[in-house]
Design a protein around this ligand. Structure first.
Ligand SMILES: [Zn+2]
Length: 151
């Protein structure tokens, strides 16, 4: 069987949203992530990981892809960011007026709060980092309450 070019394969399986998300239109796992099968791969692989690897490169061992757009069906590599597995495990979402930020600890021991949002296809991101978790969370909360995230 002739191998289909990646771009064609991708185009036939996705639709682009107004936010610039590439929504996976085929099988979706029970956890909301797209499933992909290609080139005789029998094990379903999460579509966003597969697309990321094809377009950006290998995902380093131990890293998982975080959806900055909060849309698990999305496979747009621009909306995906590798974070440590540890960060993923530690991540907690704090909804604040419909917005959210992530909290995680880096391998170096820093606490990071990251706000990200997609608006009109543009990724916006704000990060606070420090040794003290309560402090970086307080800075993020103050920043969000100041309304700067909405501007
Ligand atoms: Zn997206």
């Amino acid at each position: 069987m002739k191998r289909q070019p990646f771009e064609t394969w991708l185009r036939e399986r996705t639709s682009v949203t107004v936010d610039g998300c590439w929504n996976w239109e085929l099988a979706i796992n029970s956890d909301g992530y797209g499933l992909s099968y290609r080139d005789g791969v029998h094990e379903p692989k999460r579509a966003h990981r597969y697309v990321y690897e094809q377009m950006v490169g290998p995902i380093p061992d131990g890293l998982v892809l975080d959806h900055l757009c909060r849309n698990r069906r999305c496979v747009n590599p621009d909306h995906l960011e590798p974070v440590t597995h540890q960060a993923n495990l530690r991540r907690g979402w704090d909804a604040l007026n419909g917005r959210s930020y992530s909290v995680y600890q880096t391998a170096e021991g820093y606490w990071v709060t990251a706000f990200s949002a997609m608006r009109e296809g543009v990724r916006r991101r704000k990060v606070f980092k420090g040794r003290n978790r309560a402090l970086v969370e307080a800075r993020m909360t103050a920043w969000l309450e100041d309304g700067r995230a909405a501007r």
